[in-house]
Design a protein around this ligand. Structure first.
Ligand code: PLP
Length: 375
């Protein structure tokens, strides 16, 4: 939990446009391979116009919580559409994806559905906080290691104690997909449940973009998850789909009712983004194709990256200053990738590349070409 990405702050990189395959930074346009605007919906006209119309109608925000007068039709529409998209009873819309983890794990705890937590050692900060705030005993298991997980459960659970496994669906730096299918078979043996932070997988993985559980073809009442509209969907705010009892628990708790809900402009953008992702499966296919092109190119340079549909890759090479040099050299060629120090990046940090559905093959090939010259 000690690392923050302070380098970018020190260097004063300021984004001067909406994020997209071409993004303005410090007043200059770059071929941009950072952030999480996987379908470039943050600058999509329909998304922006829906947000403008909502802003004009509802103002900046409702200045009132959901249990008072703060509920607008748009918030209800987001929740209804999300429950349809994820094929769940209901959904709850929250001010951030970070809060999704806090609210989700808190609700499972309030419903007394677990006694002990087993969390991936590099699960996202929000999952880490969620685990700590629950006040339950916490055991960390080795990253994506189902064998270590089972061993830790066997040796630490007391008779009749129920475990909760916490993990990210897609890990944000290296883009690895957690082996949740294996976790589910373990959790069944111990009569427990699973919480997945699916911030990077929603809209991305699975034939319908429903995320990690759809990617593995799973259906299980033991599987709980949440995510964000701020990445693939081009909107803003957190989302938790699920069964009625679980969602009711969140809707009635203080995280939901002690805070101003997301502004209606954010709700309108999220709703439009969700509908676009649903109605345009070709976006996902294009993204997966671009992910493949990027990864094939990187492998041709000897960089070891996994062959999955995930549009995120990262690797470490040399030390921190060598990696920062690579990032800066690419910037001179008008290409932005990220040097990042973040949870799971290792002490020296890593170089991270994210590809969007809107990148052209030429942009990807040019990145590989310039990277090859540098390294
Ligand atoms: C894995 C993961 N979980 C949660 C979040 C938080 O989501 P939000 O930005 O919507 O608060 C992020 C990042 O931004 C993330 O990468």
């Amino acid at each position: 939990m000690k690392k923050t990405n302070d380098e970018n702050i020190k260097q004063h990189y300021l984004m001067d446009s909406a994020p997209g395959a071409v993004t303005k930074i410090n007043g200059k346009e770059y071929s941009y391979f950072g952030g999480t605007s996987y379908y470039e919906l943050h600058k999509n006209k329909e998304v922006i116009n829906s947000a403008i119309n909502a802003l004009k109608k509802y103002g900046i925000n409702s200045s009132s919580s959901r249990n008072s007068y703060g509920t607008t039709q748009l918030l209800l529409d987001v929740e209804r559409e999300a429950s349809k998209f994820f094929n769940c009873d209901d959904a709850v819309y929250l001010p951030s994806g970070f809060l999704s983890d806090l609210a989700g794990v808190h609700a499972l705890s309030s419903r007394k559905m677990f006694d002990v937590i087993f969390i991936d050692e590099i699960s996202h900060y929000s999952n880490d906080y969620a685990a700590k705030l629950s006040g339950k005993p916490i055991y960390k298991f080795s990253h994506m290691d189902d064998v270590d997980l089972e061993k830790k459960m066997s040796s630490n659970l007391l008779p009749r104690q129920q475990p909760l496994i916490i993990t990210d669906g897609i890990f944000p730096i290296f883009g690895k997909i957690a082996p949740v299918k294996k976790y589910l078979s373990i959790i069944e043996k111990f009569n427990g449940i699973l919480w997945v932070d699916d911030a990077h997988a929603l809209g991305i993985l699975g034939p319908n973009g429903r995320g990690t559980y759809e990617h593995y073809g799973l259906t299980s009442e033991r599987f709980y998850f949440g995510g964000t509209f701020s990445k693939a969907f081009g909107g803003f705010g957190g989302i938790i789909p699920g069964n009625k009892k679980f969602i009711d628990e969140i809707k009635n708790n203080q995280i939901q009712n002690g805070a101003t809900p997301p502004p209606s402009s954010a709700a309108a953008a999220s709703l439009t983004g969700l509908k676009l992702v649903k109605s345009k499966p070709e976006l996902r296919l294009k993204l997966w194709r671009n992910a493949k092109r990027l990864k094939t190119g990187l492998r041709s340079l000897g960089i070891d990256v996994e062959d999955t549909n995930v549009p995120i890759v990262a690797w470490a090479m040399g030390n921190k200053s060598e990696m920062q040099k690579i990032q800066k050299e690419l910037m001179k060629k008008n290409i932005v990738i990220q040097y990042i120090q973040y949870i799971g990046s290792g002490d020296e940090g890593a170089l991270r590349i994210v590809v969007f559905s809107s990148h052209t093959p030429q942009q990807i090939d040019n990145l590989i070409y310039e990277l090859k010259k540098i390294i």
